[in-house]
Design a protein around this ligand. Structure first.
Ligand code: NAD
Ligand code: TYD
Length: 332
């Protein structure tokens, strides 16, 4: 029976990963360490809260004492905990540096003082920066351009240094943009889907021609699991969906699916330093035998349907702190 210490497990990808793990394997224990920031939501884990293999611990990955205690019982660490929203990192980068860098450092320090089998640092394709043509391979230089992607790059390289210097069994994954259930409705897809359902504007930054590569969250979870079992220690693995879309294409898809008018599209001031295009080459994982399972349209339809059926989940979030943030952003 392996014990997984999953950090940030109450967030979007972390909660999907916990569902994936407990669903796929009988012989795992999961300890979810999460600070429950604005993005952490225990509603995401209602289906597993009474599972005897699952335990929630409210706490900060920067808390050395707590992290040492939890690390002592862990076999595998998967570090999802991070401040994750680019727009917020532009407004106030401090928590990004604290959590994404000092938090990763605290976990790695604890890991090097005990025995663990694997430490997966969940990094992102944003560490490479923007690329006009072609796509990045794992050995390309890192050129992050937002405080978010720069703090994630710091964590990515701190993790690597702990492998090289101290022999911590680190694996690093760099995934593209995820979509799916439990996605906090400040990010493009859940914001636009829920706004469209409510007949509210969809604020497109700049000309809407920025490109992201979209992957269904369950495929990301599956990719992490594959890397954990088959990856070489100290190595980096790109995980992408192979679905490059402009933001306008995503917006039009959502409008069509929900049968909403084009007039909901509004063009707003561009994000400062807005990366034009993210693209990663995933041939490394492909050669090892992994590929995403979900087709883009089928998974988008499933995702949109999830938001249609789970109005209570996102309505609860779209009140309170969230609304304050958005009022200040666009005076809407
Ligand atoms: P999220 O913002 O939905 O979740 C982050 C979680 O971390 C929340 O539950 C939050 O409470 C928790 N957290 C924040 N600070 C913490 C701290 N100091 N201690 C403990 N817990 C803390 O983010 P997400 O979209 O689920 O992303 C998860 C990870 O995956 C992040 O590391 C992110 O950089 C990475 N990633 C995300 C994407 C994407 O498309 N969302 C793509 C590639 C990589
Ligand atoms: P986002 O979901 O914030 O992810 P990231 O910036 O990490 O890729 O944004 C995805 C794309 O959508 C990005 O190009 C910015 C754009 N965007 C908008 O046009 N309007 C919005 O309201 C948001 C949140 C994002």
């Amino acid at each position: 029976m392996k014990t997984y210490l999953v950090t940030g497990g109450a967030g979007f990808i972390g909660s999907n990963y916990i569902h994936y793990l407990l669903g796929k394997y009988k012989d795992v224990n999961v300890v979810n360490l999460d600070k429950l920031t604005y993005a952490g939501n225990l509603d995401n884990l209602k289906q597993v809260e009474n599972d005897p293999r699952y335990k929630f611990v409210k706490g900060d990955i920067c808390d050395e004492k707590l992290v040492n205690e939890l690390m002592a019982d862990a076999d595998v660490v998967v570090n999802f905990a991070a401040e994750s929203h680019v727009d917020r990192s532009i407004g106030s980068p401090d928590d990004f540096i604290k959590t994404d860098n000092f938090g990763a450092f605290t976990l790695l320090e604890a890991a090097r003082r005990t025995h663990i089998d694997r430490f997966v640092q969940i990094s992102t394709d944003e560490v490479y920066g923007s690329i006009d043509n072609g796509s990045f391979v794992e050995t390309d230089p890192l050129m992050p351009s937002s405080p978010y992607s720069a703090s994630k790059t710091g964590a990515d390289r701190i993790a690597f240094s702990y492998f090289v210097t101290y022999g911590v069994p680190v694996l690093i994954t760099r995934c593209s943009n995820n979509y799916g259930p439990f996605h906090y409705p400040e990010k493009l897809i859940p914001l636009f889907v829920t706004n469209a359902i409510e007949d509210k504007d969809m604020p497109i930054y700049g000309d809407g021609l920025n490109v992201r590569d979209w992957i269904y969250v369950e495929d990301h979870c599956d990719g992490i699991d594959f890397v954990l079992r088959n990856g070489e220690l100290g190595e980096v693995y790109n995980i992408g969906g192979g679905n490059e879309k402009t933001n306008l294409e995503i917006t039009d898809y959502v409008l069509k699916k929900l049968d909403k008018p084009d007039s909901l599209k509004i063009f707003v001031k561009d994000r400062p330093g807005h990366d034009r295009r993210y693209a990663i080459d995933c041939s490394r994982l492909k050669k090892m035998g992994w590929k995403p399972n979900y087709d883009f349209e089928a998974a988008m339809d499933k995702t949109i349907q999830w938001y249609v059926e789970n109005v209570e989940w996102w309505k609860k979030i779209k009140s309170g702190e969230y609304m304050e943030y958005y009022k200040n952003q666009y005076n809407k």
